[in-house]
Design a protein around this ligand. Sequence first.
Ligand code: AMP
Ligand code: MG
Length: 347
Amino acid sequence: MKKRILTPLLLLLLVACSRPPQSETVELYVFGTLVTITVWDAEPAAREAAVTEINQTFQRMHHEWHAWKPGPLVEINLAIARGEQAIALPPSIASLISRSQQLYRQSEGLFNPAIGGLLGLWGFQGDGRPNGPPPDREAIARWVSAAPGMDDLSINDGLLRCANPKVQLDFGAFAKGVAVDHAIDILRAHGIDNAIVNGGGDLRAIGSKGGAPWRVGIRHPQGEGVLAALEIKGDESVFTSGNYERYREHEGVRYAHILDPRSGLPVEGITSVTVLHENGGIADAAATALVVAGVEDWHRIARQMGIHYVMLVDEAGTVYMNPAMQQRIEFAAEAPATIVISTPLKP
Ligand code: AMP
Ligand code: MG
């Protein structure tokens, strides 16, 4: 009888073919958040290499972009406050600034990463939850009249100039989205085209789950669990900004961590905004901007920012959506009592 001996190559091929396609999830703890990376039917070696690179990239971003822990951004903010001109910038911060400038203009200044000084006044630049009475009204009024904004900045030959020493950069409303985009780029560079990168409920999904759409949850801003679900196939980010996730509390009053740069005060009356957009950075910035825009202005600001899917929930529980978003949303439990459908966002 002739014995067949499998060559190592053939053996490898057989093993590869017999391995059923499956999803694998890897967890990382970065940016103070649990980040889960789910990949569909990826080679284990590619997956491991990609996750290692993502972890390193996230740690570097965390260091470079942190607004109050010692590092490059803190140095830049100190130099701006001293009135220095021609401040050297790491490329990653130069890119954050230029991209933010466009989003700042499109949002009429509602997304304003030059808001660090105001966030500091309100106690939102620290790891714990701030307590005590709100900051002095006069200090807030001084910040508002100095009106620090992203248009005060210009970059030439990699050097930063700033026309307003009250500018203090804080990319807390944008960085997670940009980081998720980087993670997706890294996965693709390793040949992984079907994946979800999820940072605490904000995510970007690419490809599919073996031909079927990814099904993702929209996080509930007032606690654990999901508010609604939707299907994604292709490439899309889902970002939610909630006005209840971080706040300052004093004598029973909650002061939300999303601030209106026009008044210097915390936004009131909005529970959450969810935005879908291909790009995670844009989705992240827009979700924050639309919380500030509120019921009256979200539609105009969303159009200006090129956003085609929005869901806004106000404190009374009323849900505002554009028709395209309504078609995709499935509420987890009971549907909200009042849903207001706007005119389409896309002409
Ligand atoms: P997000 O969870 O993406 O909505 O980001 C909220 C964080 O963005 C806050 O904790 C602040 O650090 C920062 N922030 C608050 N208000 C604004 C604003 N109007 N523009 C830009 N960043 C803001
Ligand atoms: Mg945001």
